[in-house]
Design a protein around this ligand. Structure first.
Ligand SMILES: Nc1ncnc2c1ncn2[C@@H]1O[C@H](COP(=O)(O)OP(=O)(O)OP(=O)(O)O)[C@@H](O)[C@H]1O
Length: 304
């Protein structure tokens, strides 16, 4: 049974339709990505899931609860880290975590949580003095402080440098490894591709596609391209007949370029190995989720 089930969610702000028709379900223990460009309706969707906004129509069930009707119980099972944090600059890391822990009846050890998110050395530092990455880590700690079954993390790595972003990705994986289901909202395709088990692409207030990152790439039909030099001449027709191969080009110097479906490289290399042909100078160009997003929605992911 899914831990989150959203069915035909719709939400407008006055005349403006933010979410037109969104349905998806999240399995327990997965990292589920909600991705889309700015203004696609991602935050509105997760705010409805967290019970912070009332949908105009549609149904939402989180761990068997109705987010609006069962708010008190929901806050015990669902931790939220939303885009803006409203902590006072002078509060220390430990004070903030202890304060939030007290709201939840101290279900986890504040100090252990601070260690877990990598802020052990900063426990007495004031919020206003933390780096962007450290602030994000603290906001993750605050989302986890009630020992939730589900954590919603919204645009967690926006504004972080590449190293801080990678560190945060590791932390998210650790959270999942503890058995917490993670809903990750992002407009970074690389992040979704690297972390998420499944991804809903939201575009214009609807789910344009929902699948694993590899499935979305496959579905978008964006090809993989492999270029190599074989140790002996290859039979073009044999390669062309392989599963997933779309085109084979052999240039005058004998260098081969094969385009095809995702994973075509494995098929081609295995076939050649079977025929006793070695390949050198192998170069593989794999499609990314970014390219799939463009193909599936007709819009670049990062456009404002
Ligand atoms: N409180 C509000 N009042 C009016 N319009 C809003 C409000 N919140 C969001 N919107 C509008 O609804 C649309 C969807 O916003 P939402 O924040 O859900 O998108 P998003 O996909 O999370 O975007 P971003 O990545 O920029 O946060 C946008 O056009 C936004 O301007």
């Amino acid at each position: 049974m899914p831990i989150i089930e959203v069915t035909h969610l719709a939400k407008r702000y006055g005349e403006h339709v933010a979410v037109r028709d969104v349905s998806f379900s999240v399995a327990e223990g997965e990292i589920f990505g909600i991705v889309g460009r700015n203004g696609a309706g991602k935050t509105t969707t997760v705010e409805c899931v967290a019970g912070l906004r009332r949908p105009d129509s549609g149904t939402i069930v989180v761990d068997g609860l109705d987010p609006r009707e069962d708010r008190a119980e929901l806050t015990r099972r669902l931790g939220v880290q939303l885009q803006s944090s409203a902590l006072p600059d002078r509060i220390t890391v430990r004070e903030a975590v202890r304060m939030f822990a007290s709201f939840h009846g101290h279900r986890v050890s504040a100090d252990a949580l601070i260690e877990q998110v990598g802020l052990g050395e900063k426990r007495d530092a004031r919020y206003g003095r933390l780096s962007g990455g450290q602030k994000q880590r603290l906001s993750i700690a605050l989302a986890l402080v009630g020992a939730p079954r589900v954590a919603i993390l919204d645009e967690l790595t926006t504004g972080l440098d590449p190293q801080a972003r990678r560190d945060t990705w590791e932390l998210i994986e650790q959270i999942r490894d503890q058995g917490i289901t993670v809903v990750l909202v992002t407009h970074f395709m690389e992040e979704a591709e690297r972390l998420c088990d499944r991804v809903a692409l939201i575009h214009g207030g609807v789910v344009a596609a929902l699948d694993t990152p590899a499935g979305l790439i496959r579905r978008a039909g964006v090809g993989e391209r492999v270029t190599f030099t074989p140790s002996a001449p290859v039979d073009r027709d044999v390669l062309s007949g392989l599963d997933g191969v779309r085109e084979v080009v052999v240039d005058r110097r004998g260098r081969v370029v094969v385009t095809g479906d995702v994973d075509v490289t494995g098929t081609v290399v295995a076939e050649l190995a079977g025929a006793g042909v070695r390949v050198t100078d192998l170069r593989v160009e794999r499609p990314t989720l970014d390219a799939a997003f463009l193909a599936l929605t007709g819009a670049p992911a990062e456009a404002a």
